[in-house]
Design a binder for this molecule. Structure first.
Ligand SMILES: Nc1ncnc2c1ncn2[C@@H]1O[C@H](COP(=O)(O)OP(=O)(O)O)[C@@H](O)[C@H]1O
Ligand SMILES: [Mg+2]
Length: 622
């Protein structure tokens, strides 16, 4: 028999030495240099620091220095700061419920000191000078520095070589450290941050307003390709920015979520965001977003994870739903409409958000969807078109608010070309411009103030039909069909409880699921559109979702999926000749339809080619 499988001879139970306890406990908090940076910056912020400087050597493995200008630590408390479970931030369990500081367990400094060399120098207001404490020797000596605190950490894991082996290259560790500071920087625009590596200033974020800080940290491109999020709902407020579906990425590397200023990775929130993108995002693409969730501190438990990166909500459905709605509303404002006015886009998003919450659909009263035929009835619009382009027919059409007889032209039925200087577009001109032609039976070309607009007519119409169907369906139930013989299956206690509690929601989804015994559920009817599928499998997955997420999002998703199939069949097919009027009607519909920038499968419905890009194509102005 293998000697390794033999149990070792029993040894008596003994208490571990303190040193070893600390080292084991440190494993929970300190994984790599970035964890140290995170904890030290947490402390600097808790102390009210306004300028935080992080200096690293060899990716932080050799040394980490974090300096702040916060309130400092009185010299007689310095030794306590390094003791395990010693904290100035909470004094009772009751205070933990309302905790607003980053730290509260009093274990970070002790943990770091047990796996690295640590020294802390601090000076409070009124103190004649700073005092420096060396954790190893316990020596306290006067030091020179202004009010605030410096913590120096050297040779991380020097005494635990096994853990040191898990560290990556200096460059990688440095990148993680930088990321740790970035996470803080996004949440605290009121604090200036500087990160040095190997004696060189690597990154600096000056104090700024929130919008500017997001720009500084996430970059111009992110801001341009994202929509403002703003939603207040009950005890919650959600702000930030959500990237457009078109700007989604292959990796989930630009997803920042904060709960009361604390960076978290929360599956529930991620799922809420994801479901907001569901019918606009292609497959495995990852949206970029920065979301700040503010919620009454007693509705969230921050003490559930060693590094506090996970939290638990008192009412997780409430949070899931709010997150989904907030992002949905931000994405819903058609960017086509936003393109016209400078900052108008953001405001439109906010208004839409509030309309949404009132249960009011922002989509204009739905006309019967034009299944198969794809007849675009022109909608009355502002009679403001100047006849300058020689587009008389269009001008009369829109001005009169009545459809001119549709003149079916050749597929390249264009308008008489106008000299460039005649393009005197007004500021509140139609964002997607005027239709000029259709090519390849697929694309509609239009001209707006920026240049050329190309529209994929099937994709665009599909979205419009879809949104209309959605608006008209509202919260009506999905058609249901009874099963001749109920399908039964062995269910868990959780599934049975959910089936009972959510009977109404299940019916809205076209499902009738009820207990047959203490361990069996019976499905008696299923959604008509899904007849023929595995009904037990369907019931199980719906029950699982209903037990985890808020019902309205599950229902919404199920409806979206059905509608999406219907819309695809209802939308105008490629290769149908459209008249200029029909094309214009399509453009106007797009401008007014939520989420019209993508089709239901997440593909873009239109693209802008600017005059500058057109010039570049022809090397003009070189
Ligand atoms: N940068 C700092 N400025 C002022 N006080 C600090 C700083 N860092 C640590 N302290 C003090 O040391 C204590 C212990 O810090 P720490 O081990 O991180 O635990 P916690 O942050 O959970 O309280 C803190 O409660 C605080 O009083
Ligand atoms: Mg701390």
């Amino acid at each position: 028999m293998n000697a390794l499988l033999q149990p070792a001879p029993r040894r008596p139970i003994r208490e571990l030495p303190d040193e070893l306890i600390s080292q084991i406990a440190a494993g929970e908090v300190v994984e790599r240099p970035a964890s140290v940076v995170r904890e030290l910056v947490d402390n600097a912020l808790d102390a009210g620091g306004r300028e935080v400087t992080v200096k690293l050597v060899a990716g932080g493995v050799r040394s980490i220095l974090v300096e702040d200008d916060g309130q400092g630590i009185p010299s007689d408390e310095l030794p306590l700061a390094l003791r395990r479970h010693a904290t100035s931030k909470i004094a009772s369990l009751a205070e933990l419920e309302g905790v607003v500081t980053m730290g509260f367990r009093g274990e970070a400094l002790a943990a770091i000191a047990s796996v690295a060399e640590l020294a802390i120098a601090s000076r409070t207001e009124g103190a004649p000078h700073a005092q420096r404490l060396d954790a190893r020797s316990g020596e306290l000596v006067p030091a020179a520095r202004g009010i605030g605190t410096s913590v120096e950490v050297r040779e991380l894991f020097f005494s635990t070589p096994a853990r040191r082996k898990f560290l990556k290259t200096d460059a990688t560790e440095f990148a993680h450290c930088l990321d740790a500071v970035r996470r803080h920087a996004l949440a605290r625009p009121d604090v200036g941050f500087a990160v040095w590596h190997e004696g060189k200033l690597s990154q600096q974020w000056r104090r700024a307003a929130q919008a500017q800080r997001i720009r500084d940290v996430m970059g111009e491109e992110f801001v341009e390709q994202s929509c403002e999020v703003l939603l207040e709902l009950g005890p919650m407020r959600i702000t930030g920015r959500a990237g457009t579906p078109a700007a989604a990425r292959a990796r989930a590397d630009q997803q920042y979520v904060y709960v009361n200023g604390r960076y978290v990775r929360d599956k529930l929130i991620a799922h809420g965001v994801r479901s907001a993108y569901e019918d606009v995002l292609h497959g495995g693409r990852q949206p970029a977003y920065v979301l700040f969730i503010e919620i009454a501190p007693d509705r969230v438990d921050v003490n559930v994870h060693p590094t506090k990166i996970e939290v638990r909500f008192r009412d997780s459905r409430e949070v899931h739903q709010a997150v989904r709605r907030a992002v949905e509303a931000a994405l819903a404002a058609p960017r086509a409409a936003a393109a016209a006015g400078d900052e108008a886009g953001g405001v439109a998003g906010v208004l839409l958000a509030s309309e949404h919450l009132a249960g009011y659909s922002a989509v204009p009263a739905a006309r019967p969807a034009s299944f198969g035929g794809g007849s675009f009835a022109p909608s009355p619009m502002r009679p403001q078109v100047q006849g300058a382009l020689g587009l008389q027919q269009v001008a009369t059409l829109w001005g009169g608010g009545e459809a001119a007889p549709a003149a079916r032209g050749a597929s390249l039925s264009a308008v008489p070309s106008a000299p460039a200087q005649a393009l005197d577009f007004q500021r509140d001109e139609w964002p997607l411009g005027r239709a000029i032609a259709q090519i390849g039976g697929v694309f509609v070309l239009a001209e707006n103030q920026h240049g050329l607009v190309i529209v994929d007519m099937h994709a665009a119409h599909e979205r419009i039909v879809y949104e209309r169907l959605k608006a008209s369906l509202g919260s009506a139930a999905i058609d249901s069909q009874p099963l001749l013989i109920p399908a039964t299956f062995a269910a868990t206690a959780q599934e049975i409880a959910t089936a009972q509690a959510q009977a109404d929601n299940l019916r809205t989804l076209g499902l009738d699921v009820s207990p047959l015994s203490a361990t069996t559920l019976a499905v008696r009817s299923q959604p008509a559109a899904l007849v023929g599928g595995d009904v037990v499998e369907l019931a199980r997955s719906v029950l699982a979702e209903l037990s985890q997420y808020d019902a309205s999002s599950v229902i919404q998703r199920a409806q979206d999926e059905l509608l999406s199939t219907m819309a695809c069949h209802g939308a105008v097919r490629a290769n149908r000749q459209l008249t200029i009027d029909e094309m214009n009607a399509l453009l106007r519909d797009m401008e007014r339809t939520e989420r019209s920038d993508q089709c239901n499968h997440g593909r873009p419905t239109w693209r802008q080619i600017t005059m500058k890009e057109l010039d570049a194509l022809f090397w003009r102005g070189r």
